[in-house]
Write a protein that binds this ligand. Sequence first.
Ligand code: NAD
Length: 483
Amino acid sequence: MTDQLPRLQHYIGGQYVAPADGAYFASGNPATLEPLYEAARGSAEDVGRAMRAAHEAFDSPGWSGLSATKRGHLLRRLGDLIGERADDLARYESLDNGKLLREMRGQLAALPEYYYYYAGLADKVQGSQIPTTSLAILNYTQREPLGVVGAITPWNSPLTLTTSKIAPALAAGNTVVVKPSEHTSRTILLLAELATEAGFPDGAFNVVTGFGSEAGAALVSHPLLAKISFTGSTATGARIAAEAASRFIGCTLELGGKSPNIVFEDADVANAAMGVIAGIYAAAGQTCIAGSRVFAHRAVYDELLERVTARANSIRVGDPLADDTELGPLAFADQLEKVDSYVRLGAEEGATVHTGGGRPDVSLPGYFYSPTVLTDVDNSMRVVREEIFGPVAAIMPFEHEDELIGLANDTEYGLAAGVWTQNLARAHRVARRLDAGTIWVNTYRAMSPMSPRQGFKSSGVGIEHGLESMNEYTRLKSIWINT
Ligand code: NAD
């Protein structure tokens, strides 16, 4: 049966390339469970080919030898082509990971902006002149690209998360080798093809598909690698960081989260309830920024719980391609098993499954899971401490602001936090005291390529987006000239 499936090959040196050992693996649709395609199962040899192509393209007159303004033009052109192919890209990603097609169309409408933003930064990478004490010596700095940047990305938002790495890396003059998640190979291959169509030199943007323990590990340990930029789980990030550290290679890591979404007694509770819903049920809870720990002040706890429960029970779960669907499936079988086992664990730990838990009534056979609310939970439980990565909110009451800060910060993660209050002084105060890299007040999930973000604690290392992200993909040289 899999013989008839389309076969996706690696993208190396500006063209599709078959895997050296001829191995492929199957990828399926998580809503219908139908097979979609087979993708090349990348080996160390395939990674080596891609690294050599990227290394050659880095050398002048390749990518880094182009003028920075020309690199900006090409990135802008790639943004245009993404806009032209937005329907295909949105559909492929939805088929791959079960995200709502509606949501993917929104993401694709925003994606060209990332390329336009970094296109504008390409020729603004500058050094400075340093006023050292001796007037006879001129000291200045320059920022240089690093070489070949490896990008390893997850399945939950492949196009956007890969773009957050490759757009600044390419703008700064590096070439890239991407290893997308084994669950979502297709859209990143198309992205690389569009880069060639945009006029990128062959080898500037390469993709090796396959598994983390094979192609991913080979990429991280390749001697030509100058930098690794990773988004994924904290456990994998730790492994990659250890390997990179052993060779003194820099890494940017965007990792897991267990973000608090906090509702104070002076909040607009109806609004806050919608923010809590969006925070945890968007993309079926499969987002790093999921607001999975909800803290509600005792005075509004009952009202918030009632509103969230009512909305959770009315969410339309089903076909992610249908316009009126509000929640699609989880992305693959292990995800479903993991989420369900956490809900069962919560019940064993003493939590009440207030609503949800288990499979909703959906005609499709895929990996669907009901929007779930856990109550009678506290910070000692694993369901409150560990990232579930599914549509499961733990809702807890609090009484005082100081107590809340202690509870919210009592986590190994520090990715994001939401705060719902109409008291401006409290908003500033609480935002300052929360130990997380992004704080949203009276909103949740807002994001822009212009706004820097950083995971604190076990949620990451380094900065993505914004002006600061360009520094992640350059090195600083200090030059002294005796005049
Ligand atoms: P994962 O860590 O299992 O895999 C991520 C990528 O790493 C995949 O491409 C995988 O093939 C690769 N990989 C796995 N083992 C590897 C190894 N030993 N060497 C090299 N590469 C390896 O994560 P996932 O399940 O794909 O993604 C979900 C996780 O990503 C969640 O923890 C989520 O919070 C996190 N995430 C973080 C952000 C952020 O911006 N902070 C964004 C999205 C997702």
